[in-house]
Design a binder for this molecule. Structure first.
Ligand code: 8X3
Length: 244
């Protein structure tokens, strides 16, 4: 049987890059998309994957990307992220808009474009990397919480709308994972980013990637609907055990 193809967005670093590696290991041909093409090419080269430029916030970029994807058995919607930790009183609407665009509309753009390929595969699967923040809001998280709640909602809707089609839909919701997530959220402020994981043992990207590969390799009749993954030191979005 010919090899299955997985498409991973935001694959130049963090969970996306780890997912690409884990899926290659599991036997998939992997197509990697991201904006940072130099880093993307390195990740792709290491696993014999295909690197293609992709900005999920840009319709033309998504079209150019998806036009180059032929077979698609698995789509991992990983591109996304948080910007800032401002209160609603101090909300920067530009940041809110950008978070909505990348997390919500980005997922819709890529999913919509690749759905015909996923259906045609006869056993397609969409994995959405959501967040614990998509189910548990927290002060300062307004813009990101709203975007991730919306992404969770569209994932549930997609699952319902695809009922009867040969396409599975899964939402994976990580808690604290030490990647560039916090560095991006705090615009490169290393001290602030490090404080997020201080005194506790966070997850690493590979912990999530392992689960993505597990979900992707269940038998075709098994749909894993939703998984929340947190470190042992985290029992809620804001409930973290930190050692002195
Ligand atoms: C990342 C988890 O708690 O920082 O999506 O929002 S959190």
């Amino acid at each position: 049987m010919s090899r299955k193809t997985a498409v991973v967005t935001g694959a130049s670093s963090g969970i996306g890059a780890a997912a690409a590696r884990a899926l290659a290991e599991a036997g998939f041909d992997v197509v990697l998309g991201a904006r940072r093409t130099d880093r993307l090419a390195e990740v792709a080269a290491a696993i014999g994957g295909t690197a293609l430029p992709l900005d999920v916030t840009d319709e033309d970029s998504v079209n150019a990307f998806t036009e180059q994807v032929g077979r698609c058995d698995l789509l991992v919607n990983n591109a996304g992220g948080a910007l800032g930790l401002d209160s609603i009183a101090g909300a920067d609407l530009d940041l809110w808009q950008r978070m909505y665009d990348v997390n919500v509309l980005g997922t819709v753009r890529v999913t919509k474009a690749l759905l015909p390929n996923l259906v045609a595969s006869g056993d397609g699967q969409v994995v959405v990397i959501g967040s614990i923040a998509g189910h548990q809001p927290y002060p300062g998280g307004g813009g990101y919480n709203a975007a991730k709640h919306a992404e969770a909602a569209l994932t549930r809707v997609l699952r319902m709308e695809l009922l009867g089609e040969p396409v599975r839909v899964c939402e994976i919701d990580p808690g604290l994972v030490e990647t560039e997530f916090s560095l991006v959220r705090f615009e490169g402020d290393r001290e602030r980013a490090d404080a997020v994981y201080a005194g506790m043992t966070p997850l690493v990207a590979e912990d999530i990637a392992e689960t993505i590969a597990w979900v992707a390799t269940r038998p075709a009749h098994v749909n894993i609907d939703q998984i929340t993954i947190t470190p042992r030191d985290q029992a809620g979005a804001q409930l973290v055990h930190r050692r002195k």
